[in-house]
Design a protein around this ligand. Sequence first.
Ligand SMILES: [Zn+2]
Length: 367
Amino acid sequence: MPFNTSLVFIVFISLFLSCSKEIVEPLTPQIIPKPLSQTIKEGHFTITNNTGLDFNEDFSVAGNFLKDFIESGSSISLKSGSSILIEKDETIQGLEGYSLDVFLGKIIIKAKTDVGAFYAVQSLRQLLPISLENNTFTGKQITVQSISITDKPQFSYRGMHLDVVRHMFSVAFIKKYIDALAMLKMNTFHWHLTDDQGWRIEIKKYPKLQEVAAFRNQTLIEHFSAEPQRFDSKKYGGFYSQEQIKEVVAYAQNRFITVIPEIEMPGHAQAAIAAYPELGCTKEALQVAETWGVFEDIFCAGSENTFTFLQDVLDEVIPLFPGKYIHIGGDEAPKTHWKACDACQQRIEDNKLKDEHELQSCFMVEC
Ligand SMILES: [Zn+2]
């Protein structure tokens, strides 16, 4: 065989072998975050229409998630039966810990709690073909690499933040985002709901938050430092109704994710002040911010209006979020207006405070 022909033949055979290898073999496990320990074993488990799934009500979130994930991502329907078994094991370390064993003919998940089992299911999910994630899987069976995993989280707070102010996201997108958090075994969703460029949570007592603060008239395009600054001339914004907030919180809860809402104070308040100018030191009419940066119009710390407003807002926010924490911002609050404001200066004097920075400390505990 001439050199060139033999080379082509070798390349062809290599490609053929590597392609057929990919089709036959299950995926190499690459679970994120990396489990505490994992041992890849010989062989694999095959999920088919004959595969049974068994779990009791203590593991209903984990079990139902796995069933829905496989059945909505493929044409396979799981039966009752115990070829995939989720069971309680008090010897598992940590309330969020689990073990996952995939053998020939059996998958066994052990956990102390539904949370631990849910995280085992997320690891199992990552062992399955990625096409199950977007409904493009067309096979009649799913091959899973034999593996033995024991795992528990290193950190108790595992969260991600989403700013819905500078860019508004649909409820459908937020659910997708929460799904991604769950897949990565995160347990906290930090929802940045208010800022200078918009107010995104419905507060029934203050309708102008929805009518005015939720929308900016236009948005800066290109870089902030570009000269001249250019704008898109498009009204932009929106807000989440309290019903939508409840829907997102319930969706997250069903994935063991706590939602922490962020209501910014005393800074990043220009949208709220645009709706209610009496909340600012100057009482002047403002626009919802159309550019980025740190703005000098912050809540007036000397006015009772501010504290009444924020208390009313929190009275509506707190019942919507069953978690222990509400984030109240505190960052980037320039003191320019507080220095020139009689009411703010009076509050400093009345409380024997050293300066405007102590006034902010005082503000945060409602002095
Ligand atoms: Zn003031």
